[in-house]
Write a protein that binds this ligand. Structure first.
Ligand code: UTP
Length: 409
C-alpha cells in the first residue's frame, strides 16, 4: 500500500501536488486508494504538452503504393491458400480494440453493446464475432480473440459476452485485457481530479494495445501457442472481415511485416487518414494535415497519389512489434470537454472544451516496422463504421450497408 509521503514526493517531482488538496477530507480507505492511483499513474505523458509542436511537425510525405483490387483479384486464390494455411496452423490471432469511449455515439454502454438491429437484436459485438466465425468454420480451427477494454468499460464488456454465450464463439479462445489509462489535464498542464479521491483519467488511445498485451503476459501466451500474426481491428466497423485469409496471404507473400486494409476515397475531400511514406517510413497522414496540392496530386497515369484511406484493420507480425517496443511512442493531444472538480471541490460539467487527453495512435506503430502492405478492399462490402447516431458513419448508414450485404436486421 502506498503512503501519503510516497505520493507527495512523486507529485512534487512533477508539479502536481494539488492532487492531494482534499486528502484530509477523505476516509482512510479513499486516502489509500488515491495514493495507490497516484503511484500507479505515469505523469510523464503530460510532457507531451510542451513538445506538441515538434511532435506534430511532419517530415517529407510521399505516396505509398497500394495493392489494388484488380491485382488482388488476379492472385486471390494464391493469397487465400497462403493465408488459410497460416490460419489453420494457428499462426494468426484477432485483437479487438474496444477500449474507446464512443463519445460520439453517446451510448452509456460500451460501443460493442449497441444494437444495430431493426426488427431483431443485432449487437455490434455479435456482428464482429459472426464475421470471425465465418473464417474459423472454413478453417476448422479456432482463432484466439483478444478483446481490449478500458477501466471504464471492462466489467460491462465481459458480462455482456458471458450473458450472450460469447455469441457462439469458443470461450476458451477469448481473453480480455485492460488497456492503460492516461491522466487528463487542464490547459495549464495541471492534472484534473474526477472527484476528491480520484485523478481524472482516460484510455490512452488505440496505440497502446501491444504494450498493454505484453504487460499482462498475453503476448508470451500467444507465442507459446504458435501465434505469429495479429489482426488488429476497431469495434465500430460492423462489416469488416477479420483474419481474412486473402489479406493475410497477400501480406505474408509481400514480405512486409505488416498490412493495412484501405479503401479508395470517394473524393479528394473525403476526411479520412491516408497511407503514405514519411521520411521513407510508413505513416498515415490525416486529412487536416494535407495541403490542397497533396489532396489533388496525381501520377503520370492520372491517378490520385494520396487516395487510400485507412479503416483500422491491420495485420502485424509479432516479432516485428516486439522489436519496436523499445521505441518510445509519441502521445497525441486531444482537446476535449472533461468532467472534473474545480479547486473548491465543486463538480464541473463543461459546455466548452476545457482540457486535454493523451492518446497513442495505432498507426504510429507502423513507422518502425519493416514494410507495410496497403491492401485495398471493396468499400461497400467491408466498411460500415458506426461513429455517430445519425448522418455520416452512423447507425443509419451502417444499417443500410448491412442490408445491402444481405445481413438480416
Ligand atoms: P475512435 O477514435 O473512433 O474513438 O476509436 P472512440 O472512443 O471509439 O469514439 P469517440 O471518438 O469517443 O466517439 C477507434 C477504435 O479505437 C478504439 C475504439 O474502441 C475503436 O475501436 N480505442 C480508441 C481504444 O480501444 N482505446 C482508446 O483509448 C481509444
Amino acid at each position: 500500500m502506498s503512503t501519503y509521503e510516497d505520493a507527495y514526493k512523486k507529485l512534487a517531482g512533477c508539479g502536481q501536488t494539488h492532487l492531494l488538496k482534499f486528502y484530509d477530507e477523505l476516509s482512510s480507505e479513499k486516502k489509500a486508494a488515491l495514493c495507490d492511483q497516484i503511484m500507479a499513474t505515469d505523469f510523464s505523458v503530460v510532457d507531451a504538452l510542451s513538445h506538441e509542436a515538434e511532435n506534430t511537425a511532419r517530415g517529407e510525405l510521399r505516396p505509398l503504393k497500394t495493392m489494388q483490387i484488380p491485382e488482388i483479384d488476379e492472385r486471390r486464390e494464391e493469397f487465400f491458400e497462403c493465408g488459410m494455411e497460416a490460419v489453420r496452423a494457428g499462426k494468426t490471432a484477432a485483437v479487438l480494440l474496444a477500449g474507446g469511449m464512443g463519445t460520439r455515439l453517446g451510448s452509456p454502454d460500451p460501443k460493442g453493446m449497441y444494437d444495430v438491429g431493426i426488427s431483431r437484436r443485432v449487437y455490434i459485438f455479435e456482428r464482429l464475432v459472426t464475421n470471425l466465425l465465418a473464417v474459423t468454420r472454413k478453417a476448422k480451427q479456432w482463432i484466439h480473440l483478444l478483446i481490449m477494454t478500458s477501466d471504464k468499460n471492462d466489467e460491462k464488456t465481459r458480462d455482456f459476452f458471458k450473458k450472450n454465450d460469447f455469441f457462439g464463439y469458443n470461450p476458451a479462445y477469448v481473453q480480455f485485457f485492460v488497456q492503460d489509462m492516461a491522466p487528463t489535464v487542464g490547459f495549464d498542464g495541471k492534472v484534473l481530479l474526477e472527484s476528491k479521491d480520484r485523478i481524472s483519467t482516460s484510455p490512452n488511445g488505440n496505440g497502446g494495445w501491444f504494450s498493454s498485451m505484453v504487460r499482462c503476459g498475453l503476448i508470451d501466451y500467444l507465442k507459446e501457442d504458435g501465434v505469429e500474426w495479429l489482426n488488429v481491428f476497431g469495434v465500430d466497423n460492423v462489416l469488416q472481415s477479420i483474419c481474412d485469409p486473402v489479406f493475410i496471404g497477400a501480406t505474408i507473400l509481400s514480405g512486409c511485416a505488416s498490412g493495412s486494409k484501405v479503401v479508395r476515397k470517394t473524393s479528394p475531400d473525403e476526411k479520412v487518414g491516408v497511407m503514405c511514406l514519411e521520411d521513407g517510413k510508413t505513416a498515415v497522414v490525416e486529412y487536416s494535415e494535407m495541403t490542397d496540392e497533396m489532396r489533388n496530386a496525381k501520377d503520370d497515369d492520372g491517378n490520385y497519389q494520396f487516395y487510400y484511406g485507412v479503416i483500422l484493420n491491420n495485420l502485424f507480425r509479432v516479432d516485428a512489434l516486439e522489436k519496436v517496443m523499445d521505441e518510445k511512442m509519441t502521445y497525441h493531444i486531444a482537446r476535449k470537454k472533461i468532467n472534473c472538480i474545480d479547486g473548491n471541490g465543486d463538480k464541473v460539467e463543461p459546455e466548452e472544451v476545457n482540457g486535454c487527453k493523451f492518446e497513442l495512435f495505432i498507426f504510429d506503430l507502423l513507422r518502425d516496422i519493416p514494410g507495410c502492405l496497403p491492401f485495398e478492399v471493396v468499400r461497400e462490402n467491408e466498411f460500415a463504421p458506426v461513429k455517430n447516431k445519425t448522418g455520416a458513419d452512423s447507425v443509419e448508414s451502417a444499417r443500410r450497408l448491412l442490408l445491402m450485404n444481405g445481413v438480416k436486421l
